[in-house]
Design a protein around this ligand. Structure first.
Ligand SMILES: *Cc1c(COP(=O)(O)O)cnc(C)c1O
Length: 405
């Protein structure tokens, strides 16, 4: 990778350092263009994107069908607020309900907002349908969870850094160990209304729970009138080799939370999805968002969803993911403790004795492969689901060289 004339990168990095809050620690690469699985930096170097914006780019960068839908909609109408109707939101919600098998969906923008929506829905259902005494509704969550960054959500995180300095936090949440269904059953009290869970923990380090956990959690929730709330913001929409990760165990949650890839890498679109029995606790004025359900976002999400279904992205993810994971496991590396994941959501865990995952990500960057460490020890590989097998093979050569070094 040669830099032929003065690079703009140092100035751009310095500018961000000067003017941005220091709430991230990105790899020092400044991108200016993307197409499919590839991105280019300001010096013209090409990289393979193996993070996909934390799975918000399952369809790849600038998918033509999604761009066309966005451009067409921008030529018509972009924002109405929910004070008026628009002609995109209804079709979007119908298509989302048809794809997921639920009766209603409430559109928001970011994942954290969809999680907040689910929390409000489940609590209100607890008071109205189950007669929980005022302000006593409790939601169980898991150790090592990640559900977003609002003060309510970080308040029930087990990650010290996510919480430190940001209290006081909202009450009404209790943590149980991840993957332990019996602990879930023991933790349930008469005031428990919901169990919020990631079917596979992404930010927590690509943690796969024991087989049967979600299925057992489903049975326990049903037996105790506790609503199962599946946060599929990262695992959903094909990422793990099924349309939803819950599908692996044939589990239908009561509340399904989606985001990230629903916006096709173009626009933030999220939703809380449930049957009317639960969703209808909301009445006009209870909840909302100025941009939620806007026609531009709705048109983009319709196209984003259509690409996932039409191009069979869950099946691609399943097939390519199993092959890729086998290949990663066959790399003879002194640094690798474990390779784990489902579909194309894969974590390579680096041995503590070999340091953190960060230097490995930097070495991959130097070879034109962009991946990001999570939880210190884990390199996450989550390329766009549109990736071709030979491109994964190309990635494997570089990953193998870095891991064997
Ligand atoms: C990314 C993520 C969120 C938060 O989504 P934002 O759009 O960043 O607010 C919530 N839950 C999970 C599982 C996620 O991966």
């Amino acid at each position: 990778m040669s830099v032929t004339h003065t690079s703009r990168a140092p100035d751009l990095l310095e500018e961000v350092d000067a003017f941005s809050a220091h709430n991230y620690h990105p790899l020092p690469v400044v991108l200016e263009r993307g197409e499919g699985v590839w991105v280019w930096d300001v010096d013209g170097n090409r990289y393979l994107d193996m993070l996909s914006a934390y799975s918000a780019l399952n369809q790849g960068h600038r998918h033509p069908a999604i761009l066309a839908a966005a451009q067409a909609q921008m030529g018509r109408l972009t924002l109405t607020s929910r004070a008026f109707h628009n002609d995109q939101m209804g079709p979007f919600l119908r298509e989302l309900c048809e794809a997921t098998g639920f009766e209603r969906a409430l559109p928001m923008n970011t994942g954290a907002e969809a999680v907040e929506t689910a929390i409000k829905m489940v609590r209100k259902w607890g008071y109205e349908a189950r007669g929980i005494p005022e302000d006593r509704a409790e939601i169980l969550v898991c150790e090592n969870n990640f559900h977003g960054r609002t003060t309510t959500i970080v308040g029930f995180s087990s990650e010290a850094q996510y919480r430190r300095g940001f209290g006081p936090f909202a009450p009404g949440f209790r943590r149980i160990p991840y993957g332990d269904a019996e602990a879930l059953e023991r933790a349930i009290t008469p005031e428990t209304v919901g169990f919020l869970v990631e079917p596979l923990q992404g930010e927590g380090g690509v943690v796969v729970p024991p087989a049967g956990f979600l299925k057992r959690a489903r049975e326990i929730c049903s037996a105790h009138q506790v609503l199962l709330m599946a946060d599929e913001i990262q695992t959903g929409l094909g990422r793990t080799g099924r349309l939803f990760c819950s599908d692996w165990e044939g589990v239908r949650p009561d509340v399904l939370i989606v985001g990230k890839a629903l916006g096709g890498g173009v626009y933030p679109v999220s939703a809380a999805i449930a049957d009317s029995e639960y969703m209808d606790v909301f009445t006009p004025g209870d909840h909302g968002s100025t941009f939620g359900g806007n026609p531009l976002g709705a048109a983009v999400a319709r196209a984003a969803l259509k690409v996932i279904l039409d191009e069979g992205l869950p099946e691609r993810s399943d097939e390519l993911g199993s092959w890729f994971m086998d290949e990663l496991r066959s790399i003879d590396s002194p640094h690798v403790e474990e390779v784990r994941g489902k579909g194309l959501m894969i974590g390579v865990v680096i041995e503590r004795g070999s340091g953190t995952a960060r230097p490995f990500c930097e070495a991959l960057q130097a070879r034109g492969i962009l991946a990001k460490e999570t939880h210190g020890q884990v390199i996450r590989f989550a390329p766009p689901l549109t990736i071709e097998k030979d491109v994964l093979g190309y990635a494997l050569e570089h990953i193998g060289a870095v891991l064997r070094a």
